[in-house]
Design a protein around this ligand. Structure first.
Ligand SMILES: [Zn+2]
Length: 193
């Protein structure tokens, strides 16, 4: 459906896409589904974590804060509170710098369980910020889509998840809005200009 992100960053992209708005699919619908997902994606040992309803709520909150960051990668301001949500999750995971050999560091959670697993996700984000790939991870700005994709274009200019689908939809919608005049019927449906 869209370009994978390089290396472990693909896990972050997949996490954000556990909600598929276009098809109305929520992969993290229950605590058990969250625990299974974290195990299946190498963020926790398979069958090792037990998730609670509170864990699930925090995981969804983190996912949506990550989505806000990816939306901001379209040179838009970051939604208020989104960075703070990442801070709180990093704190809960007790992310700690580990020194490896003479010139290598890694961020690792001291906490276990779901908090630790989400901390591993944030360690991937921190690494992507450091190596410059983070800015290329974006979400499609179409309200009905919000799909995370990796922008591999040379000048980092990709906007839609897939030009053949959302880009065209947006063009058609824009055309309809431009040609519909005077009926006032859709005045409240446009979120931004
Ligand atoms: Zn899209």
């Amino acid at each position: 459906m869209s370009n994978p992100a390089p290396g472990p960053l693909e896990t972050v992209r997949t996490f954000v896409n556990t909600l598929d708005l276009d098809d109305g699919i929520e992969l993290l619908g229950t605590p058990a589904e969250l625990a299974a997902w974290l195990g299946a994606h190498g963020l926790a040992g398979a069958g090792e974590v037990d998730a609670t309803a509170a864990d699930l709520r925090r995981a969804i909150e983190l996912r949506e804060a990550l989505r806000a960051h990816l939306l901001a990668h379209h040179d838009q301001p970051l939604a208020p509170g989104a960075a703070g949500t990442l801070d709180v999750a990093a704190h809960r995971a007790r992310l700690t710098v580990r020194f490896r050999g003479s010139d290598e560091t890694a961020l690792e959670p001291e906490e276990g369980g779901v908090d630790g697993a989400l901390g591993r996700l944030l360690a991937i984000v921190a690494q992507a910020i450091a190596d410059g790939t983070w800015q290329r991870l974006k979400v499609c700005p179409a309200d009905t889509c919000q799909w995370a994709f990796y922008d591999a274009s040379r000048n980092r200019s990709a906007v839609w998840c897939d030009m053949r689908v959302c880009g065209n939809r947006a063009k058609v919608r824009g055309f309809r809005e431009r040609t519909r005049t005077g009926d006032g019927g859709d005045a409240g449906t446009r979120k931004n200009g």
